[in-house]
Design a protein around this ligand. Structure first.
Ligand code: GLN
Length: 392
């Protein structure tokens, strides 16, 4: 039999998405893969119905419909402190997943190194390997997910061509402060590297934290590829619509990758999402309030049943500490993956094992999300209480 490529030995399928399949098979409450169980805004689905009749149904311009790129440029310009050109600085992609892959392919040669903060969203390592590049991990150390800037400098000294920056950060909910971003930017400039960002949680952020885009910092526009998505902001993860924004020459390279990888994002959905980009400021405030309430409800619930957790500054994820269970005889020697599988089958709540996010040997943290209707969170907490009872 002919052999598969060597790179296929270097990564597995996504554990996050595998946990969803296990959850579905068990009929568990799925708090693993992060997506909402509530509908998108009605104005958006109404527009989609209209588009079903009126079109477009054929390809859009490969790098994104004109009106969508214009709407993206208008929304992003104040955030990035740059008058974004819809004409040549925006690329619409199939999710930020594709945006990041295009960015990585556009900047990395085989053998290049890419710095990645750990814990990290699984795709970044797979993206790096698919480019035949090599990841260098910089720990964000729990429980407060601080990092040592000297380790980032070492990564650049080893030749890192780019840094992947997920801000706000999945899975740990960290929001990078201005001081942290400035320190990172200083190194990126000194060592002449790129930053590839993932900012899909920019609007799911809790007071008093503020999202600051890396590209908005002085001298960072030129070297930042800002990747983003509509999935989380408009509760449409299944539409697979994202985008990247970068200087024209970089965007041009990313557009070439995209052109041959996917040809284009779905045209009817691109047309529909323009409606959402014209939502008033109040939409984003309400989204933030709604997630603030879900966070309060879920974390209070975890506190009430005695489950230790971090307090995310943003995102809809929370890391819970399973050390106390792993110390019990019946879980002795278990991995966090085994624990998550047991939890899904026996407790009826699916989580993602922390080891799928951490490069370091972390086995005592698992990730839950709370992008769920209140009733679902109530039922999840009721089930988690049964899990907490093992510790009594
Ligand atoms: N970002 C989501 C998560 O971390 C899922 C994204 C995906 O599976 N494409 O769970």
């Amino acid at each position: 039999m002919p052999q598969m490529s060597n790179r296929m030995q270097l990564f597995t399928d996504s554990v996050i998405r595998r946990m969803t399949r296990i959850s579905d098979a068990c009929g568990a409450i799925n708090l693993s893969q992060g997506y909402p169980d509530f509908p998108p805004p009605k104005a958006l689905t109404d527009t989609l119905k209209h588009i079903a009749d009126e079109g477009p149904h054929q390809y859009s311009v490969t790098y994104g419909a004109d009106n969508l790129r214009e709407a993206i440029a208008e929304k992003a310009s104040p955030v990035l402190h740059h008058a974004v050109s819809a004409e040549d600085e925006v690329l619409v992609t199939c999710g930020s997943t594709e945006a990041m892959m295009c960015a990585m392919m556009a900047v990395c040669n085989p053998g290049d190194k890419v710095a990645i903060f750990s814990p990290f969203y699984e795709n970044y390592m797979a993206d790096t390997i698919l480019c035949d590049a090599e990841p260098i991990f910089i720990p964000l150390v729990p429980p407060d997910y601080q990092f040592d800037i000297a380790l980032l400098e070492q990564a650049f000294q080893q030749g890192a061509k780019a840094l992947v920056l997920c801000n706000p950060s999945n899975p740990c909910g960290k929001v990078f402060s201005r001081a942290e971003l400035e320190a990172i930017a200083a190194l990126v400039i000194r060592y002449d590297a790129f930053v590839i960002t993932d900012e899909v949680y920019e609007h799911i952020i809790y007071e008093p934290n503020r999202h600051i885009a890396m590209a908005s910092l002085p001298d960072m526009w030129e070297r930042t590829i800002t990747c983003n998505s509509f999935s989380k902001t408009y509760s449409i993860t299944g539409w697979r619509l994202g985008y990247l924004i970068a200087p024209a020459d970089v965007t041009d390279a990313c557009r070439k990758v995209h052109d041959f990888l996917t040809v284009g994002a779905p045209a009817p959905l691109q047309e529909a999402v323009v409606t959402a980009l014209h939502f008033p400021e109040s939409y984003y405030k309400e989204l933030q309030q709604s997630y603030t309430e879900k966070r309060r409800y879920f974390l209070d619930g975890l506190d009430a049943i005695g489950i230790a957790h971090n307090i995310p500054q943003a995102t809809y994820y929370v890391m819970i500490d399973i050390s106390n269970w792993l110390a019990l005889p019946q879980f002795h020697g278990w991995t966090d993956l085994q624990f998550c599988e047991w939890m899904t089958k026996t407790i009826g709540v699916a989580a993602v094992p922390g080891s799928s996010f951490f490069r370091e040997p972390v086995n005592h943290l698992i990730r839950l999300h709370f992008a769920r209707e209140k009733d679902t969170l109530t039922e999840a907490l009721r089930r988690l209480k049964k899990m907490a009872a093992y510790l009594k």
